[in-house]
Design a protein around this ligand. Structure first.
Ligand code: NAD
Length: 255
């Protein structure tokens, strides 16, 4: 990547799930690359901490508290971004929740509704508000977080898999809608990444971690920064010919 292509100087990035894990690492990476960052999350305390960390190295960021499954909240967050920074160039729609491991028939309908709302409908709501702002200023990029569970099935994860396959499908279709107009849309499919979500999944125990690492040909979990690097590449001019791609960054887990 040339330094020009990697620079987000003068650009504005919108990151959901910015309080924790992959979202926080990506918000910090965008800010380090020169972007002004709208840090968006339902966790008001966590998102303020992300903004504080960005301010510590002289970056610009605003904290926006938002439930990404709420149309009103998402519209307000995008509006807040424009009010704060005047434009929106790169969106990373990443907030998500995990499913308790259980076979399909044991999942409650209300749990399924919540997973679909937070992991899938949110991506629709975010893109619907973001795209017009990008079109109004000549274009932009969107990266949506899917998962290895968006390209392969995993036992005990039926609804989570459904939401993530849905993110991949929505990404590909929306990419076709907007590529001709200058908005490039792609998805990222992380493997097992060391985040608070993964700690909950493994029970934060050595045994739980060993069980998931056994699925990783590379022999370890990914770091949130390794996903952030890929998101910045997909958001940068270095990937200018990449459209509607579901980029798997998973240590070989789904190979
Ligand atoms: P995390 O739990 O560390 O962070 C998720 C963030 O999303 C949190 O800050 C949380 O407050 C926020 N969030 C949850 N519900 C929200 C809502 N309704 N509105 C706004 N914000 C909300 O998890 P993570 O591991 O960093 O996961 C980030 C994304 O990556 C998720 O979409 C997840 O499904 C996906 N993913 C994670 C892994 C992994 O191994 N960690 C693998 C594949 C995909």
């Amino acid at each position: 990547m040339t330094s020009d292509a990697a620079s987000f100087s003068g650009k504005v990035a919108f990151v959901t799930g910015a309080s924790s894990g992959i979202g926080r690492a990506t918000a910090l990476a965008f800010a380090r690359a020169g972007a002004s960052v709208a840090a968006v999350d339902i966790d008001e305390v966590g998102v303020a901490e992300t903004v504080r960390e960005i301010a510590e190295f002289g970056g610009a960021a605003v904290a926006l508290t938002c439930d990404v499954s709420s149309e009103g909240d998402v519209k307000a967050a995008v509006k807040g971004t424009i009010e704060a920074f005047g434009r929106l160039d790169a969106a990373f729609n990443n907030a998500g929740i995990e499913q308790p491991v259980a076979p399909l028939a044991e999942i409650g309908a209300s749990d399924a509704d919540r997973l679909i709302a937070v992991n899938l409908k949110s991506v629709f709501l975010c893109m619907q508000s973001q795209v017009p702002e990008m079109l109004a200023r000549g274009g932009g990029t969107i990266v949506n977080t899917a998962s290895g569970a968006g390209v392969a099935g995993f036992a005990g994860q039926s609804i989570y898999c459904a939401t993530k396959f849905g993110v991949v499908g929505m990404t590909k279709a929306a990419a076709l809608d907007y590529a001709p107009l200058g908005v490039r849309i792609n998805a990222i499919c992380p493997g097992i990444v060391q985040t608070p979500m993964m700690d909950r999944f493994t029970g934060d125990t050595d045994e739980g971690r060993a069980r998931v690492v056994a699925q990783e040909p590379i022999g370890r979990m990914g770091a949130p920064g390794e996903i952030a690097d890929a998101v910045l590449w997909l958001s940068s001019d270095a990937s200018s010919f990449v459209v509607g791609h579901a980029m798997v960054v998973d240590g070989g887990q789904t190979v």
